[in-house]
Design a protein around this ligand. Sequence first.
Ligand SMILES: O=C(O)CCC(=O)C(=O)O
Length: 258
Amino acid sequence: MPLTEGEFEQYQRDGYVVVEDCLDGETVERVTTRIDEYVRNEREESEFQRMLEPEADPAVGGFEDADPVRKFEGLGMVRADDIFADLVEDDAIVEIVRELQGPNLKLLRSAAMLKPPCVGSEKKCHQDAAYYPIHPMDHVTVWIALDQSTTENGCMQVVPGAHADGLLDHEAIEYETDITLDEDDYGPEDTVALPMEPGDVLFQHCLLPHYTAPNETDDWRRAFIASYMRSRSRFTDENPPAWVDSEHIVGESFPGCV
Ligand SMILES: O=C(O)CCC(=O)C(=O)O
């Protein structure tokens, strides 16, 4: 089994597990280099979108040859880019998700999540499931550290075990693609920071509340997210949101499913 018994149990109990050294240095380097090419505009993202840090002025603060990109995301992320496509099909990751989700998997999200030096902003506390009207509500978010992530540059922070609380109410911050839990739902005392090294991978239940702080350092904090669901998943909303991807990863596909 790709996870140890202890790791498997931790995922069930706490709603997450970090697998250290899950990806090798070459893979990390390939993905990081490719992200940098987009950030420095040496490569154009044809089928996905970029979002810049709202507070950042590209003309100030050392962004002469790079844009202060907060994220790259979109349905074309893995269709348009061979490096990202290989990453979401990486055996080490897919085998762990199969252990958690069963043999038939689809990808529902892929994104490069960046925190540029000094201006990288926080991502407020939320559950990923709130973005995706999908049954069963148990998809796995895989968060891949490409740089060392620390409490100073905005590593992942989670509320262990709170996936068992089910789906909580969220409110939109400025637009529907950025939502947050009520400030009172969980406090700092409920949260555990997960510093990670490049190549470490976090497997997170989609109901687990999580948060990342602003980047207060002079270096980038780069990560890649790939989320996987069972191929038998179904939309629970007649009008599913446009941002749900549905890319076959492994195993069988089923008619009428997402
Ligand atoms: O990488 C980050 O800073 C946070 C990403 C995240 O939580 C999300 O996109 O759901």
